[in-house]
Structures are given as C-alpha cells and as structure tokens.
Design a protein around this ligand. Sequence first.
Ligand SMILES: NC(=O)c1ccc[n+]([C@@H]2O[C@H](COP(=O)([O-])OP(=O)(O)OC[C@H]3O[C@@H](n4cnc5c(N)ncnc54)[C@H](O)[C@@H]3O)[C@@H](O)[C@H]2O)c1
Length: 290
Amino acid sequence: MTTPHNITTVSIIGAGQMGGGIAQVAAVAGFATTVYDAFPGAIEKCKALHDKLLARAVEKGKMTQADADATKGRLTYSESLHALKGSDIIIEAVVEDTAVKKELFAKAAPLLAKGGILASNTSSISITDLGTAVGDMADRFIGMHFFNPVPVMKLVEVIKGLSTSEETTARTIALAEAMGKVPVPANDRPGFVSNRVLMPLINEAFYAWMEGVAEPAHIDEIMKLGCAHPMGPLRLADFIGLDTCVHIMDVLADGLNNDRYRACPLLKQLVVAGRLGDKSGRGVFDYSKK
Ligand SMILES: NC(=O)c1ccc[n+]([C@@H]2O[C@H](COP(=O)([O-])OP(=O)(O)OC[C@H]3O[C@@H](n4cnc5c(N)ncnc54)[C@H](O)[C@@H]3O)[C@@H](O)[C@H]2O)c1
C-alpha cells in the first residue's frame, strides 16, 4: 500500500515527556514505532507510562483490549541508537540544546531508510541550523513541533527550514494527519508562530505582576474569563517550565535582534530561586501540597 507520506516505520529519539507522547500517538495510529533514549531508566519509565495510559484508555472504553495489545506490539524500546536502522522517519525530542541535537542527527542520519525524513520537535531552535548537521540530506530535514500533552493536543506546527524540500513538507503533513493531528505549516523564524506569539504574552503577564497591576491569580482569572483563554498565562508558564520560558525569550531576543523580547526580571528571578513551575513543585503558584 502506498500512502502520501510513504512511511511505515517511525523512530523517536528521546523517551521523555514529548518523545514518549509522540511514540504513543504513532503506535496507536498503526506505525511500527521505535523509541530510543540514552539515559538509564528513561526507557523503562516511558514503557511503564505507555502501559499505564493504554490500560486507562481500555478502562475508560476509549480503546479495546485488542487494540491496546496491538499498539504495544508495534512499540519497540531501545537504549541503542542502532535500533533506528531502516526508519522511514526519525523524530528527535531530546533536550533543547543545539549541540546535543546536531550530534545526534549526524549519527542518526546514516541509519535512515532510503528517502527517509529527519524531524526535530524543537520548540525554538532554528531548523535550518539543525539541518546543517546532516549535510546533503538537509532537504529531508524538517520541524515537527508537537504540543504537550501530545496525545491530547491536536496541533503539529510543521516548520520548513531554508533547505527543506516541498516533498518533505508534503510527506510530513500527510504523516501528521495520519497520526490524527492537524498540521499547520510555518517558516523557520525564531519561535516559529506559536512561541513568537505566546511567549511575549506570558512575559507581559509577569511584567503586569511585577508592576503590581494585579495579583497572579487575578491576572490569570482576567485572561481566562475576559479573553477566553483555557488557562491563565501564569499558570501556563508554570506548566511549560519557567526556565523554558526564559530560554525561549532569549531565542526571540537574540534571533530577532530586539530587546523587547528580553525575559521579565521577575521571571528570571523565580528561575534563579529554583521556582521552575510544576516540575519543581513551585513556580508562580505552589504545587507542593497537591
Ligand atoms: N515540554 C513541552 O511542553 C514541549 C513542547 C513542545 C516541544 N518541546 C521540545 O521537545 C524536546 C523534548 O522536551 P521534553 O519536555 O520531552 O524533555 P524531557 O526532558 O522530558 O525528555 C528528554 C529526553 O531526552 C533524553 N536525552 C537527552 N539527551 C539525549 C541524548 N544525547 N541521546 C538520547 N536521549 C537523550 C533524556 O533522557 C530524556 O528522556 C525539546 O526540544 C523541547 O523544547 C517540549
């Protein structure tokens, strides 16, 4: 059977929050899926989470036991990069670090099946820059920006680098659709569309708090009830991670060469204090008692 994406095997590098979610969605959609992670324990944690989420889907009647078993049968977990050999697409979801990602792509590129695609789930790093790690395969290099939590969020921002071919873009869009997502294309500019628009909004909410315009809970309430945001900007910042927010503001300020994108001093101060949001138990709000 030929499909517009011409992909049957999907591999994921990085078994964390995003990589685990992407693998789950790919396997549910019927793709033979391999997850690779280099860090001890990451693979076990990812597999245990998949087992738990699939069992829960069966319990809730969202999936039959047979489908859950078939999904598990399509998932392979490995601590060896070599397990990715023969993949039609490799989607990378490791730490947001250009050097780490480039090194992995250089090693993974020769493992692709003929005509295979390399994709990064980066939230902010230039796709054109990452693509330079794979030399003359840069036309098959693209951004596939999934959102958190992956099984729930519909959007995939598809980022075309300067060298990405039309064919690669079309196949990636078709793949995202086959994974049950809604792909929307964007060009390779700092923050793409989602973070270019979202992060300054979040940053402004920190300025409003710092300047005493309103208390954090009131800022969030006003944005939820008055602007129909499902989550207030400060709550969302905690969910994303305040360190990540600072990192993305730095990418915008440096990449767009404009100081109006600099992170708010209060946001940076919370990060210095170790208040990173949900992941550290406290950010703008306190989650330690939950
Ligand atoms: N968390 C979000 O809301 C979100 C949303 C969209 C995109 N992203 C992007 O997705 C990527 C991953 O984010 P995450 O939140 O899943 O991070 P995470 O920390 O949960 O997972 C990263 C995983 O990569 C593994 N890893 C790190 N270095 C590696 C290496 N050299 N080789 C193999 N595995 C390695 C780690 O062991 C870890 O399991 C980042 O680029 C991030 O910017 C995150």
